[in-house]
Write a protein that binds this ligand. Structure first.
Ligand SMILES: [Zn+2]
Length: 246
């Protein structure tokens, strides 16, 4: 225990010392701000400005781009503006040199960034942005179409087909009305059969095909089979079944 004490004390000292060392109280740091354009990682394109943070007695900051004076500022936040379009594409190194009231000089650490073309900038932005845009479109489409296909199951009335005409289900052979607003595919409308729930692309059926299907539906409904089944019926059945189990 006695031997551990100096180690603990050392660790504590380190914890206190590290933040103090990280502070740049007497140094000069520069910051990039995007005014208009593109910035990702160290790649930038467009209109940018630079600001500097230094000691209290800082009176001027000169910014250098590849050792050429880019601009100077004489009051906080020591802001200058530049456009990447005024310079060659590729890697560039920025450095700031500050002057203190007493005439001292402080240099910032150098910062290297890559000027990219507008096309390259938007291409990268597009790679990130377009899939998100696509996803948003799909979600909003599902939000419109989904309830339309799922929500109207129970609204079947024999012989009523509306403006979009009637259709005959390819699985159960029952007639149903096509939704005027259902998404239009090449060969017909995307619809969900209200009887069996099959989702398919259906064309408007001929009058005779509908009559046949209606006759089939009437015959079946008299037998009590294949009746349009709502969520409520299914739930009731489940409750009935569970009653027998307990
Ligand atoms: Zn069906």
């Amino acid at each position: 225990m006695r031997r551990a004490l100096p180690v603990v004390a050392g660790l504590l000292l380190l914890l206190v010392a590290v933040p103090a060392a990280a502070q740049t109280e007497c140094g000069l740091s520069i910051e990039f701000h995007r005014d208009f354009g593109y910035a990702a990682g160290s790649e930038i394109q467009g209109a940018f400005s630079l600001t500097a943070d230094g000691p209290e007695n800082l009176v001027q900051v000169d910014y250098y781009l590849d050792d050429q004076l880019l601009g100077s500022a004489t009051e906080p936040p020591f802001k200058i503006s530049f456009s990447t379009g005024d310079h060659a594409l590729g890697l560039h190194t920025f450095i700031a040199v500050g002057t203190t009231q007493e005439g001292g000089e402080i240099r910032s650490a150098s910062r290297t960034v890559e000027f990219v073309s507008a096309e390259q900038g938007w291409q990268v932005a597009g790679k990130i942005g377009l899939p998100i845009l696509g996803l948003v479109l799909i979600i909003s489409l599902l939000g419109t179409v989904g309830p339309m296909l799922l929500g109207r199951k129970a609204k079947f009335r024999l012989g009523e087909y509306g403006a979009a005409g009637g259709a005959v289900c390819s699985r159960c052979g029952m007639p149903f009305s096509r939704h005027l607003m259902a998404p239009h595919m090449v060969f017909g409308k995307l619809e969900r059969c209200p009887h069996c729930g099959k989702l398919s692309i259906v064309a408007a059926a001929s009058a005779s095909a509908l009559r046949q299907a209606e006759a089939r539906w009437e015959a079946d409904s008299h037998q009590g089979e294949l009746k349009p089944e709502g969520e409520g019926d299914r739930l009731r059945e489940q409750i009935d079944e569970s009653r027998y189990e307990s």
